[in-house]
Design a protein. Structure first.
Lengths: 113, 110
């Protein structure tokens, strides 16, 4: 186990649904991240939180809405997604926001129908 | 534009041989470079980090080199085993964020 837990592992949703992805880290880290991994593409950084404050938003569509209520929990709220949003969504944490030694969860495999 | 290149085609090697994976980059001056391992359907797992002022780093059967003149890192697995079969990602710390390469899939054949 990496110390980063993501739920659910798999999610199928329609384009009109609203769902949330959850991430929890037990490592005492100060930074948390959401990454998107599509087939045959590199990991794409979506959001970065440092000490519960959003410090980076890489031009992500507003249908993805992150929330970081405390330094151990991170959510990604999804609504009115498109089929091209189907991907593996990965949460990660690191000691600080520099991105050294990222610890990843197992990811949520999302399918949008 | 900034680019990270890894051989996205699979690399097949015989068990017991040394696997060498390459990460080339352009238009970066990375403060450090990292290597991760990713198994299918799982998140990447951190393996090694090497800083810009370091030439080489070792951990058990793993060795990483970093040549900032050539803008290249090599990742070696010695005495490879079938359990080493996975996709290996390099990641660069550029300006303000870490960017990943697409990864190289390694298959170690018994």
């Amino acid at each position: 186990e990496t110390g980063v837990t993501q739920t659910p592992r798999h999610l199928v949703m329609g384009m009109t649904n609203k769902k949330s992805l959850k991430c929890e880290q037990h490592l005492g880290h100060n930074a948390m991240y959401w990454y998107k991994q599509s087939a045959k593409k590199p990991l794409e950084l979506m959001f970065v939180y440092s000490l519960e404050e959003r410090v980076e938003n890489n031009s992500v569509p507003s249908r993805f809405s992150p929330e970081c209520p405390n330094s151990s929990h991170l959510f990604l709220h999804l609504h009115t997604l498109q089929p091209e949003d189907s991907a593996l969504y990965l949460c990660a944490s690191s000691q600080d926001r520099g991105g050294e030694k990222l610890f990843f969860g197992s990811g949520t495999q999302l399918s949008v129908l | 534009s900034q680019k990270i290149e890894q051989n996205s085609e699979a690399l097949n090697i015989q068990e017991g041989k040394t696997a060498t994976l390459t990460c080339n980059y352009t238009n970066y001056s990375p403060a450090y470079l990292q290597w991760y391992r990713q198994d299918p359907g799982r998140g990447p797992v951190f393996l090694l980090l090497i800083r810009e002022n370091e030439k080489e780093k070792r951990k058990e059967r793993l060795k990483v080199t970093f040549d900032t003149t050539l803008k290249q890192s090599l990742f070696h697995i010695t005495a490879s085993q079938p359990a080493d079969s996975a996709t290996y990602l390099c990641a660069l710390r550029g300006y303000q964020k870490v960017t990943f390469g697409i990864g190289t899939k390694l298959q170690v054949i018994p």
